[in-house]
Design a protein. Sequence first.
Length: 718
Amino acid sequence: KSASQSTPRAAVLATLVLLAGAPASGRAQTVRPQGSPTARGPLEDPEAYPRPVGSAVRVEVPPRLDGRLDDPAWTGAPVFTDFIQSQPEPGALATQRSEVRVVYDRESLYIGAMLYDDRAGEYVIQSLERDFPSLSTRDADIFGVALDTFLDRRNSYILLINPYGAYRDGQTFNDSRNTDFGFDAPTEVRTHHRDDGWSVEVRIPWDGLRYDASPGEQEWGVNFLRRVRRINEDSYWAPLERRDPLHRMSKAGSLRGLAGLPSTGAVWVKPYGLAAREESSDPARAEDGRWDVGGDVKYGLTPGLTLDVTVNTDFSQVEVDQERVNLTRFPLFFPEQRDFFVENQEGRPVPILAGGRMSGSVGPWEVGLLDMRTDALGGLPGENFAVARVRREVADGSDIGAIFIDRAAVGGAGALDNRSYGVDANLSLWGPLRVNAYWAASESPDADGDQTAARLGAAYRDRNWNVSALWRRIGDDFDPGVGFVRRTDVEHLYGTVGILRQTPLPGVQEVEPYLEAERFSDLDGTLVTRRLEGGLNVTFLSGATLRATVADRFEEVRDEFPAGGLPVPPGGYDFREGSVRFQSSAGRPFSGSVAVTGGSFFAGDRQSLGAAFRWLVSPRLAVQGSADYNRIELPAGRANSSVYAGRIKYGFSTRAFAAVNVQYNEVTEQMVTYARFNFIHGPLSDFFLVLTERRQLGGDGGVLDRAVTAKVTRLLSF
């Protein structure tokens, strides 16, 4: 996750992926056509209900943001209510009533919600931290909002709030196929606890949203979520299936009454200042104190198009990657989570001098343009990365697109130059059947083989079936210079069939047996990998899950590779393994998981045990721990490898947090410590104090790298 743990190659890859209630005085109700739950009772399929319609009201005096909903501004605003369950009883009215109101003025949009609860105070709160890092919102009480501001039924701004006022916001694209929780808007949230539930007030400035500011009344897509975690109940204003997320905007309701909205086009400038002290055991990297400045600029060129510029980019506040033991012969991929790259291996970070990105929509086209320049470091030349991406919807739920990427060394080091390009299509043919395909090619100076790749896949997913298949082909010299390719010179076939069924078994929500098969062969047809797996997934009413699998595998090893420190020589290997994983309900103060895997492993055996726990001592304090143990026996010997991790997080408020994370990797005999204090001193403005340390515990021991960094950012809007 940190800059020191990722290369520009992985960073740009992530960019490419992302480019591709109230008083009873107001009694107006949500407008629902015939077929509403109050008209004819619950339906087995929640999405069979007509999509609801609600209205916003313009006010001259905005509500005071204190979470109480007792301002005159809320009086007379229509009520969005009659939420419908997606679980545990799909199609039934929610057991806990929710009432939502929407008003606006010339500065902002306001959303108020009264969330009644017959056991007020028994809320499940995972964190007070902004954006709930590393936590699933499914494990907490949540009020959620999704706004489709262009009414394209594909994209949205999403906001998720817990009863203590901590919130997570982001953007979603392509009807939930892509999400971007690195996006931040200058949203303000306040909550209030009552004897009969909790209430929330939200203020979203207009310059924090993108929309069509043409004269006249607008209609937006909208949906609201209410999650009551102690009873594992999810309900929506526009009803959804259990597997559909809040941001499935093709199934959202409608928000009317928005008129006279101001034009957006504010300039956001976010400078930073940094002071750090760094030290390293490597004489070539040893540093003393340093200071630095830089920042980002965001400008709305048009309602649908945004320009971002970054100068002397810094990611010192981002956590280090999770330690992992690689038991395969392929490289591991670590997801990119640094802010500049995510909106719309060990080593020193490569400095980013500057970069610019333009993303959004131009007419019927979605476009993304990026250019980034890195500095020279340690004998490596500076490089320039350029990306261009376009996509267009061609029918309801279907789109086509193209991409071009160029990587070039500065100063004529042509051996590093690389280009790649491709086209793709995602087609919704009928009902729940989707087909997707791509073709891509790369160009590198030293490549003379097949530099193309292609894929064709189809998936059929509805309330009861999950069936998919794909064919993929990757040439022996296909090498996108800013991409991640796990294996080349391969043809890949994959298929799976799963059946999802609700069951009357006590305490069980649903079961899903499945069968999965895949085959990898060289481009000459020689088998290199085969896997046949059967499994069963069980979801309990409490939110606990159980997963059991049995797999039969074949691997053809061409080149010796280390597994847990032991060599696996070339040859063909047949082996079988099984696994069981249980995760208890994360809606309880103490939760945990246990995973056991065992069976043959290449020419030997493997036993793996993984365990983790999370103790929510209070809404402010959380303690987590995990251990992963692997025992491998091969002809070359026996080896044990383990990774241990512990974390303590404390929230002083929804604006000040502290966390300490310690990891130990038995294979490398290294301990990694990360500690961070974060104070939010204004909208999207932070102060960070960060310690990172990598220490060798084996051999001579000692500190390998250590850095203490203080960083302050400030959002300025013009």
